[in-house]
Design a binder for this molecule. Structure first.
Ligand SMILES: NC(=O)c1ccc[n+]([C@@H]2O[C@H](COP(=O)([O-])OP(=O)(O)OC[C@H]3O[C@@H](n4cnc5c(N)ncnc54)[C@H](OP(=O)(O)O)[C@@H]3O)[C@@H](O)[C@H]2O)c1
Length: 256
């Protein structure tokens, strides 16, 4: 199956599209003829992305102000996107933050911020989308961006890893409850890719040592996710739900 052709004409909402992987997914979708709604807090970044996408000359695109941790913002952003582009077919829950501190140096409010964005945000976006799809009796597809830290940990990411492990289990729980409505929910668990979330880390000694522990001996590039991402976002995965796919250069199977 041609995965690019399979996404053509679909309407896709991408959260956290103002940088990194979210911006990459939005460009990929637009290049392949999907209509894209991009949401995040930094509006200037989204507007710059929209300019880039229109230069690609692909499907329609729009930007919405979005704080995934805020119920009102989520409801308004989803409604605004659907009013502008039409009913959404796919939700990509990509927005995420990391605190990057050891557990004993992480104050409760930093822990709360990570959980509010990475876990509550996925819950709010997904329940908003799924309620609409159920009421309209049309199916839908959700792709959650988890992380290999859902399965193996490193130092300094306790809150982040806990939030991502919970996203994997939430993916399964939502898949179970919503299959009856024709809604599929799967997750992508990327390994390490240099973006703003880990800026500077891979230039450090610890970062370089980590790259050596990846069996394929390199960081990922956003493009390395494209195949699995499009698989999960399209009907190519029509009999998959509740699954999490790791794309990580083998990092999860690195030698103990
Ligand atoms: N890079 C990696 O190695 C890696 C590996 C595994 C998983 N991931 C996951 O991939 C996803 C994207 O991360 P990235 O690497 O692309 O990092 P990034 O460049 O820092 O992007 C994170 C995005 O999330 C958005 N965001 C943060 N808080 C938000 C909120 N409350 N509401 C709406 N948007 C919010 C940010 O936009 P604003 O600040 O403008 O709101 C930004 O666009 C995250 O879920 C991350 O955990 C990344």
């Amino acid at each position: 199956m041609d995965l690019g052709a399979a996404i053509r004409g679909k309407r896709v909402f991408v959260t956290g599209a103002s940088s990194g992987l979210g911006a990459h997914f939005a460009r990929l979708l637009a290049r392949n003829g999907a209509s894209v709604a991009v949401g995040a807090r930094r509006r200037d970044r989204l507007d710059a992305l929209l300019k880039e996408i229109s230069a690609i000359g692909a499907g329609a695109a729009m930007a919405v102000d979005l704080d995934v941790a805020d119920e009102g913002s989520v409801a308004q952003a989803w409604a605004t996107a659907e009013a502008a582009l039409g009913p959404m077919d796919v939700l990509v829950n990509n927005a995420g933050i990391a605190e990057g501190s050891m557990a004993l140096d992480t104050p409760p409010d930093a822990f709360d911020r990570v959980i509010a964005t990475n876990l509550r945000g996925v819950w709010l976006m997904s329940t908003t989308a799924a309620a609409g799809w159920r009421d309209a009796k049309r199916g839908g597809v959700i792709v959650n961006i988890a992380s290999i830290t859902a399965f193996r940990v490193a130092g300094g990411i306790a809150a982040y890893a806990a939030s991502k492990a919970a996203v994997v289990r939430m993916t399964e729980a939502h898949a179970l409850e919503w299959a009856r409505f024709g809604i599929r929910v799967n997750a992508l668990a990327p390994g390490y890719i240099a973006t703003e979330i880990n800026a500077g880390f891979f230039e450090t000694e610890a970062g370089q040592a980590m790259i050596k522990r990846i069996p394929m001996r390199r960081l990922g590039q956003p493009e390395d996710l494209d195949g699995a991402f499009l698989l999960l976002a399209t009907d190519a995965s029509r009999w998959m739900t509740g699954a999490t796919i790791a794309v990580d250069g083998g990092h999860l199977v690195s030698s103990l």
